[in-house]
Design a protein around this ligand. Structure first.
Ligand SMILES: [Fe+2]
Length: 328
């Protein structure tokens, strides 16, 4: 890892500067070098890259995070806000999801057919594509919600960019599912980001609570012996025997709650023993440097385009990862 990092370091620095000056997207070599630098340094390289690339925040108005909560997030790496979504909104959201086609996913699943979620449970996870989600009225309302954008702005201490929009249902499985992120791991697609999980179903200890290891988002928070294993899913027993068990948090909450999380810390979805769980997620990043992803495609008649220009301050910047679909 160290030899490879030194070898690609000149390309990484060149591409970092090109991205900063001319917004030229980096190659996969720079992304893997960023990940390797994280593993070697424990995270201070991400702080440096973020400082170099982030856009200064332009103030916040509707921030729902108070100072105490912000401190908690910075110390622990996550924050739960109860009763953010009301029951009618959740009912409408689930109704809209029922009309949408998605894909089954999981370790023993090779199903790449787009289909509606039926009563036949074929794998551990059923997810929707972001290009489809952005057509839903409830999704548009959340993406354009000023208090959510302002909270991301505050917790990132930077202008936020919507990096990803996703939604999935999780189901019972015999073993923890690697593909469905049920093993401990850290994310590392951008220099800095925050994920917001919106709980659309109640979540108790048996239907797959999201789990996070407190303080592992901090510089050096993930022990070196785990980091040096690289950017991959980690063995549950190894992680749990390496870190203090008291730091492992199972996030149990009622539907309507939202959870802010810095997923550079160790996290996973716990294997479901009964029931199911539905989560919608928005990811905000401070820059698009890093992993190579397709932009979120939006139909020309989707009113979210005009709305993010007219309703959202700095909308062009925040929605820069959205792209109008080309005419066929
Ligand atoms: Fe993850």
């Amino acid at each position: 890892m160290i030899f490879k990092t030194i070898l690609f370091l000149p390309i990484f620095i060149f591409e970092l500067v090109m991205f900063k000056l001319f917004k030229i997207k980096n190659s996969q070599y720079s992304h893997s070098t960023m990940v390797n630098l994280f593993c070697i340094s424990g995270g201070w390289t991400n702080r440096l890259i973020n400082f170099f690339l982030k856009k200064k925040k332009i103030g916040n108005i509707n921030n729902i995070i108070n100072d105490k909560e912000k401190n908690f997030f910075e110390n622990e790496g996550y924050l739960i806000k109860k009763k953010f979504l009301d029951i009618h909104f959740i009912q409408n959201f689930l109704r809209e999801l029922n009309s949408l086609e998605g894909y089954w996913d999981g370790d023993n699943c090779i199903n790449d057919k787009k289909e509606k979620l039926g009563i036949d449970i074929k794998s551990t996870k059923f997810f929707y594509k972001s290009d489809d989600l952005v057509n839903l009225k409830c999704v548009k309302e959340l993406l354009l919600n000023k208090s959510i954008i302002d909270s991301a702005r505050e917790l990132l201490d930077s202008e936020p960019i919507i990096n990803n929009v996703s939604c999935w249902h999780s189901f019972v499985s015999k073993e923890p599912d690697k593909q469905a992120a049920q093993l401990w791991h850290f994310d590392m697609e951008r220099p800095k980001w925050i994920k917001i999980f919106f709980f659309l179903t109640n979540c108790n200890s048996k239907n797959g609570p999201h789990c996070f290891i407190s303080k592992t988002h901090k510089v050096g928070g993930i022990p070196k012996r785990l980091r040096m294993l690289g950017y991959k899913r980690l063995d549950n027993e190894l992680v749990e025997s390496t870190l203090n068990k008291d730091l492992i948090k199972e996030i149990i909450c009622e539907k309507g709650a939202i959870v802010f999380e810095d997923t550079s810390g160790l996290h996973k979805g716990k294997q479901l023993l009964e029931g199911h769980r539905t989560i919608f997620q928005i990811e905000f990043a401070t820059s698009m440097f890093g992993g190579l992803i397709d932009k979120i495609k939006i139909n020309k008649d989707n009113d979210i385009v005009s709305r993010f220009n007219s309703e959202i301050k700095n909308g062009d910047y925040i929605f820069q990862n959205f792209q109008l679909k080309k005419d066929k």
